[in-house]
Design a protein around this ligand. Structure first.
Ligand code: TZD
Ligand code: CA
Length: 525
């Protein structure tokens, strides 16, 4: 006899989801019972941290990750992190324990009332199986739904009495199913794209997070070189999809309608790949595109394609399409765009360090293939100007702007990529939203480096208050925080840096440690 529990673990094993990220409660214990030796459980002390770690892990591996939350309260705590996962197309299979079926109707303590509605609209699919025998099918469906383009989180609520029930007939067919998207454009569509690209006098490419997510970075470089095109990172970038040292690279697009239009002026064709058109932030009314400019986007996401306010879209396999285009277009006779001049290195001064100086020092000392996780909100432009990022999977940022991503995600990414060094740069405001992940880093010996930029304020909100002409706003300063004390409270080694010399020493120690290290840096606001 196969139980629902056995069938579920067989499917999880066959589909490669052998790492659980979770925070358990009584509803979940029957699922975790007799936890198999070839599985591992990564405990997070808050559900925001749990989903953030799983998000980083899934993005870095490119494979769905399994999350196990506690009923409604655990799901509620995870919602901010789900917003980020939804926007970054992270394949997450989020499961939550439900009360036993005989006690759901009376709404006993820990019943998740209307469970499938709770995580919407931040999941691709949400369900509670109608009977125990449906659980293995629902789990299999959840995994394939999460992984198939456009990837994203899915949610399953599972009553805890289901696990010991007998599985239904035919359950053995489920575990090894393959579900694949064959997403190449038709010959005609490809020919149209090639004609548009070859016919453009001054084309430009805008690359987004799904170029990096589908490991299409090399294909993007090949196409840019063939067409001698400048390349921008799409606004509000959650990943880095193009080597920032490449001669074609122009930088990160700003996130306002008018600013983007201004920067794209003079181009007759804009090719957007693997990004929404566009992920705006501050409201800057204006024309979406300069006059006479045509826009075509290649995306894996039907929603992105349909909601764009301008341009044509092709929903397709990003890497395959880019590679085919790079092979098909004839080489442009234009010269390659000239290499951008890098900003001069920041001077050393006494007192709190400038963010420019901090990023210069990180760039100088970090390994060339370091992975950066950014949640230092007011210094994002400085980061993009000063950090050299050349490899696939070198940069992560909260895709919905929900704080509490970077610290946990850094832990998940470092767990997924033990051969590269993860360096998270986090503001003294942002660090508080996912701080519990420090404990997981310490306990599981995950040697990520956390650099806390301590300027005592919500710097990005001060900037925004200026944009919005909102004066005399309360609640924008965060004095009195001691991150070294917090780190040691969670078991993480901590170092303080109030000068360039101290930062050099701290970075050197952190980079040579095989344990997680937090560095608190006094920075200028
Ligand atoms: N809460 C959550 C979950 N997400 C948010 N994005 C915010 C609040 C609002 N918020 C921002 O968008 S930026 C920011 C807040 C509070 C300030 C972050 O401050 P920091 O970094 O110290 O981390 P800077 O460099 O000083 O801005
Ligand atoms: Ca700050």
């Amino acid at each position: 006899m196969t139980t629902v529990h056995q069938a579920a673990y067989e499917t999880l094993r066959a589909q490669g989801l052998t790492t659980f990220f979770g925070n358990p409660g009584s509803n979940e214990l029957p699922f975790l019972k007799d936890f198999p030796a070839d599985f591992r459980y990564v405990l997070g002390l808050h559900e925001g941290a749990v989903v953030g770690m799983a998000d980083g892990y899934a993005q870095a591996t490119g494979r769905p990750a399994l999350v196990n939350l506690h009923s409604a309260a655990g799901t509620g705590n995870a919602m901010g992190a789900l917003a980020n996962a939804w926007n970054s197309h992270t394949p997450l299979v989020v499961t939550a324990g439900q009360q036993v079926r005989p006690m759901m109707g009376v709404e006993a303590l820990l019943a998740n009332v209307d469970a499938a509605t709770l995580p919407r609209p931040l999941v691709k699919w949400s369900a509670e199986p109608s009977c125990a025998q449906e659980v293995p099918l629902a789990l299999s469906r959840a995994i394939h739904m999460a992984a198939t383009p456009a990837p994203g989180p899915v949610y399953l609520s599972i009553p805890y009495d289901d696990w010991k029930q007998q599985a239904g007939p035919g359950v053995e067919h489920l575990s090894s199913r393959r579900v694949e998207m064959a997403g190449m454009p038709s010959q005609e569509a490809l020919a149209r794209l090639v004609r548009a690209l070859e016919g453009a006098v001054n084309p430009v490419m805008v690359v987004g997070p799904d170029v990096d997510a589908t490991q299409a970075n090399g294909s993007a470089v090949a196409l840019a070189e063939k067409l001698a095109m400048p390349v921008w990172m799409a606004p509000s970038a959650p990943r880095c999809s193009f080597p920032t040292t490449h001669t074609c690279f122009r930088g990160l697009l700003p996130a306002g309608i008018a600013s983007i239009s201004r920067l794209l002026d003079g181009h007759d064709l804009v090719l957007v790949v693997g990004a929404p058109v566009f992920r705006y932030h501050q409201y800057e009314p204006g024309d979406f595109l300069p006059k006479g400019t045509r826009l075509i986007s290649i995306t894996c996401d039907l929603n992105e394609a349909a909601r764009a306010p301008m341009g044509d879209a092709v929903i397709a396999d990003i890497n395959g399409t880019l590679r085919t285009l790079a092979d098909s277009v004839s080489k442009a006779s234009r010269p390659l765009p000239a290499l951008r001049i890098r900003p001069a290195l920041a001077q050393d001064e006494t007192g709190p360090l400038s963010p420019e100086r901090v990023f210069d020092m990180i760039d100088e000392m970090a390994p060339r293939d370091a992975i950066y996780v950014n949640e230092s909100t007011s210094t994002t432009n400085i980061l993009w100007q000063r950090l050299r990022m050349t490899e696939q999977g070198s940069y992560y940022f909260a895709a919905a702007g929900g704080l509490g991503f970077a610290l946990p995600a850094a832990v998940g990414i470092q767990l997924a990529k033990p051969d590269r060094r993860v360096i998270a740069v986090i503001g003294d405001g942002s660090a508080n939203y996912g701080i519990q992940a420090l404990w997981t880093a310490a306990q599981y010996k995950i040697p990520a480096i956390f650099i806390i930029m301590k300027n005592g304020t919500y710097g990005a909100l001060r900037w925004f208050a200026g944009v919005l002409e909102a004066e005399n706003v309360p609640g924008l300063d965060v004095p009195g925080l001691d991150f070294c004390a917090l780190a040691s409270g969670y078991g993480v080694d901590a170092l303080q840096a109030d000068s360039s010399q101290a930062l050099v020493v701290a970075l050197r120690k952190a980079l040579s440690s095989d344990r997680p290290v937090l560095i608190e840096v006094e920075t200028r606001a």
